[in-house]
Write a protein that binds this ligand. Structure first.
Ligand SMILES: [Zn+2]
Ligand SMILES: [Zn+2]
Length: 278
């Protein structure tokens, strides 16, 4: 019954693929940190900026580990109640094709869910912590409320674990981690026509911008095509964002950022960060 989950566990514990993907993720982080020093987009941002320990220790290491176990448990339960894993159609494809397939399908989902999080008051509460970093850099992507991670990573990984080869989950997880660092990195990138297809810091840093006209734009994660196709692309050439974040009243601690999502809804509450933009 739990063949796929057992094999996935073995892949994570023993397989050299796990070590390679971990090494690649750490190396990528170091390369992004170096490029941020060599070619910064926003000059003067420090590596050890406000919230560094919060984002690195609590969100990146502790939260990822704990939520990984919980999500694995949820997928185990889904597996228990269904026979989805017996469908072998996707598992028989080459791993690279499975990875491409899940990247495109998941990216399309996350574009629309992300858009909805900026429109719906309650869903915005799960996403606002991600927008609260005053400095956007390689580490900023890790700051996501655990509810947001629980929803999105269960939706993302349940089909992969149950339908794809175990290696696909490991490779996709590694690509997610590296891409998350890349799109937030404080690197001055000019990718030309590629920006119409591949998403990067050039557009995603505008998604975090405090400028009014950047509001509700650039929802894409990996493929920029969704923003260009669905009319939410924003890429001014002659200026840079006036700032990032949700203002200094937003809680600074991990616990504070989590509890903040459960404050009472006010009658004048708005989804997204309308009220906080000047
Ligand atoms: Zn957002
Ligand atoms: Zn972001």
């Amino acid at each position: 019954m739990h063949d796929v989950l057992e094999i996935l566990g073995e892949v994570y514990m023993n397989n050299t693929l796990t070590w390679w993907t971990t090494a690649l993720t750490i190396t990528s982080a170091l390369v992004f940190i170096m490029l941020e020093r060599l070619r910064p987009y926003t000059k003067g941002q420090r590596l050890f900026r406000e919230g560094f320990v919060n984002d690195f220790i609590l969100y990146t290491i502790v939260q990822s580990y704990v939520l990984g176990l919980i999500i694995f448990g949820v997928i185990y339960a889904i597996d228990d109640f269904t026979t989805i894993e017996r469908f072998d159609g996707i598992r028989s494809l080459p791993v690279w094709l499975q990875v491409v397939l899940f990247i495109v399908v998941h990216d399309f989902y996350i574009y629309w869910f992300h858009r909805l999080q900026h429109r719906n008051m309650r869903l915005w509460r799960t996403h606002e912590a991600h927008h609260s970093t005053n400095d956007v850099d390689w580490l900023s992507g890790s700051r996501s409320h655990s509810l947001e991670i629980l929803i999105n990573q269960t939706v993302e990984f349940a089909p992969i674990v149950l339908l794809a080869s175990p290696e696909t989950a490991v490779v996709k997880g590694c690509i997610d981690a590296i891409w998350g660092m890349w799109i937030h990195a404080n690197i001055d990138v000019r990718s030309g026509v590629l920006q119409y297809v591949i998403n990067g810091p050039e557009m995603h840093r505008w998604h975090h911008a405090a400028d009014d006209d950047a509001h509700n734009k650039n929802f894409s994660t990996k493929l920029a095509i969704w923003d260009w196709m669905f009319g939410t692309a924003f890429l001014p050439k002659q200026r840079k964002p006036k700032g990032y974040g949700l203002g200094d009243t937003f809680p600074k601690t991990y616990v504070g950022q989590h509890l903040h999502a459960f404050r009472p809804l006010r009658h004048d509450d708005t989804a997204s960060n309308n009220e906080l933009r000047s």
